[in-house]
Design a protein around this ligand. Sequence first.
Ligand SMILES: [Fe+2]
Length: 288
Amino acid sequence: MSRMYPFEAIPFSFSISCLEPAICADVTEEHYLGHYMHYLNGLNDTLAAYPTYQSWSLTKLAAYHCALPLALRASIANYAGGVYNHELYWHNFQEYCCQLPKAVGKLALAIEDYFGSFSNFMCQFTETAQKMSAPGWVWLVVENRTGKLTIESTTEQAAPLSKRFSPILALDLWEHAYYEQYQSDKACYIENWWHLLNWDSIDKLFGQATNPQDCEGLFTLACLPQHKQKQTCINPKDCSTNGEAVATGESYYTSKHQNICANSCGNNSHGSTPYYNSKSCHCRKKQK
Ligand SMILES: [Fe+2]
């Protein structure tokens, strides 16, 4: 499923008061109606004058804004990123749980694999968040080329999609997300935020990020058919000046294709199975 212009606000699947006491209802309401809607309206207003790009999905806009005309690029990066990031942030939530929720399923195994334990992962994620001094986000992402789980941070409304990551967990560290309730006690906000996470849902996102599909998910890019894999950047000149999104001549969707082993480690013996899903593959440990 993907979303396209004109973008409509996603409804909460729960009452905003259900996030209390971690995030009080007033903060959530202002976050949703004020900040999220600002990005949503800005995105629609910007695209209204550019029908050529109205067929682009939210995920594609957030990932490939560097391929857009220069006059559009900064606005789309800000607005599409702002919409995408906030929707993932809320998508990760469930009703506040007193007992700390923990990762489940294949994601739990992957977290143990890459971070040693769930508690180590929590410590590293929290430490990254504490070090953030500018408005931005901290993420758990799947690195598209390798399938590796990593913790990333971005400033403003930059979305990790543009850096070839598939984000599955988002922590909003703009002051509007917590300051009214916690003032400068960001540590307390982060500690309580862990109690809102729906790891069943996050595990499903992990599955979508590591198992390519022909259609887009709400937060993941599509895997193009084989014959389209060699498609190159829409505007290589524009992309090459950005330096972080789609490199000149590279496939849009290189990450989730069956040729990723050949791209990243030179071993193309894994057929159509992404090597990060193959227990017999030796590449994964080399990448860690
Ligand atoms: Fe926010």
